[in-house]
Design a protein around this ligand. Structure first.
Ligand SMILES: *Cc1c(COP(=O)(O)O)cnc(C)c1O
Length: 427
């Protein structure tokens, strides 16, 4: 059973102030989870979670994570600038980018972020961007190639992924970087996405720990941290068993004791860059049913669309839906729940069994707290909706306003049409 973290009454109370659709975030849930993550890795004194900013770049949310000593995992200039503006220091900013523009390395270096190189050919490029001198602490991203499998059948294909360096390249990269003055190193890898199993981090960690031992032998590099990156999933579907971060932390601990400690590498810090696990369950889209349509199938049209939450449209991703106020009603109607985009993939659910939906009902689309708002786009001239933070005491506040037509038109401001558009939007 998946339960919405707000009631219909609360959702209507919010909607009376901030019209639907909107994102709502559960502050209590995200705080408890951040605490649990910290606790799960407390055995490692240097542990730090660098939240993947791309999953949810809202400054209010990042500020909450800051209270738990989280760092920020950035992959673009904008994400770096937001982190800097929130007063994260360099040690709390990881720059894990790929296909990185020159200016972004330069900026990351300027603010003292830890740069995680995606490729061996970036060494010289990054050195130039850093004004001719690489930072003292750097990281390299590893891609072992082949197929990564877990015992429950979860599979991913690092060999097809554009990220990271081969085994030979990473040793070579360390040597080159050492010759250029880099003193402390990290290893990073991201081998499988949204893994709903407690096994993933432990298995990845054992691979990376062995690699660390080998790299130290081969290159003499001083390895300071191992970054397990993201990939820890959440139970989007009601029949899935959620990951238990305490078990995951213990699995990593076990292989740390087995591999790193005997090798005398017992001072290595464990870093993570979780996005989804940190935030997905604690955000939802609240949207109102505005149309019903009876043709070859039964459709419910809502006031949100794929421009607000793109995952179902682009990945066919499942997002659970609760019809607020009808939590206990029988799911005896089968619907496609659609948005308004002129794209047939704009469906939040297909053939979904739900309670009978009446016009005006509020739908709670679960697990949209990560890769939700941030993936939104403006296709069809649809605008980003507002984001609302719900506190433990039931109070709520706007943490990002909805876009307005003038936001959309802002990039026409050098052209005559802008004034005409402005005139259309005078209230
Ligand atoms: C996307 C991403 C993450 C976060 O992944 P999740 O699956 O959301 O945890 C972490 N690190 C890097 C480099 C990423 O690109």
């Amino acid at each position: 059973m998946k339960k919405a973290f707000i009631t219909k009454e609360k959702a209507e109370e919010i909607a009376a102030k901030f019209p639907t659709p909107f994102y709502v975030y559960d502050e209590k849930g995200m705080r408890e989870n951040a605490e649990a993550v910290k606790k799960a890795f407390a055995w490692n004194p240097g542990f730090r979670e660098y939240f993947a900013v791309k999953a949810n770049p809202n400054p209010f949310i990042l500020d909450i994570l800051k209270e738990y000593d989280c760092g920020m995992d950035c992959s673009s200039l904008i994400e770096l600038q937001i982190s800097k503006a929130l007063d994260f220091d360099g040690a709390h900013i990881m720059f894990s980018s790929n296909d990185t523009p020159f200016e972004e390395y330069a900026y990351a270096n300027k603010i003292g972020a830890i740069i995680n190189l995606d490729d061996i050919t970036h060494i010289d490029f990054c050195e130039k961007a850093c004004g001719g001198r690489l930072p003292e602490t750097m990281s390299c991203r590893f891609n072992p190639g082949g197929v990564f499998t877990l015992s429950n059948g979860i599979m991913d294909n690092p060999g097809d992924a554009k990220y990271g360096m081969t085994r030979e390249q990473i040793a070579e990269a360390y040597k080159i970087m050492m010759s250029k003055g880099v003193k402390h190193f990290g290893i990073h890898a991201f081998l499988a996405s949204n893994t709903v199993t407690n096994e993933y981090y432990g298995k990845l960690a054992s691979q990376l720990f062995e690699l660390a031992v080998e790299l130290k032998k081969e290159t003499g590099a001083d390895i300071k941290f191992i970054n397990l990156s993201g990939g820890v999933g959440i139970a989007y579907k009601p029949d899935q068993t959620p990951n238990d971060i305490a078990v995951i932390g213990e699995n990593v601990h076990k292989v740390y004791e087995e591999i790193l400690v005997p090798a005398g590498m017992d001072d290595i810090s464990i870093y993570t860059e979780m996005g989804r696990f940190m935030m997905a369950p604690y955000g939802a889209v609240v949207t109102r049913a505005i149309h019903e349509k009876h043709i070859y199938k039964e459709y419910i049209g809502v006031d949100a669309c794929a421009a607000n939450l793109m995952r179902p449209a682009i990945y066919g991703a499942y997002h659970h839906i609760t019809v607020l106020g009808k939590e206990d009603a029988a799911c005896d109607h089968k619907y496609d729940v659609t948005g308004s985009l002129c794209e047939n993939c704009d469906k939040f659910a297909i053939d979904r069994n739900l309670p009978e939906i009446e016009m005006g009902d509020l739908l709670f689309i679960h697990d949209a707290g990560a890769h939700g708002y941030s993936m939104g786009y403006n296709y069809n001239g649809r605008l980003h909706c507002a984001e609302i933070l719900l506190a433990a005491d039931g109070s709520f506040k706007k943490i990002r306003r909805a876009e307005t037509p003038m936001d959309y038109y802002a990039t026409f401001n050098e052209f005559p049409i802008y004034e005409k558009l402005k005139a259309e939007n005078v209230k």
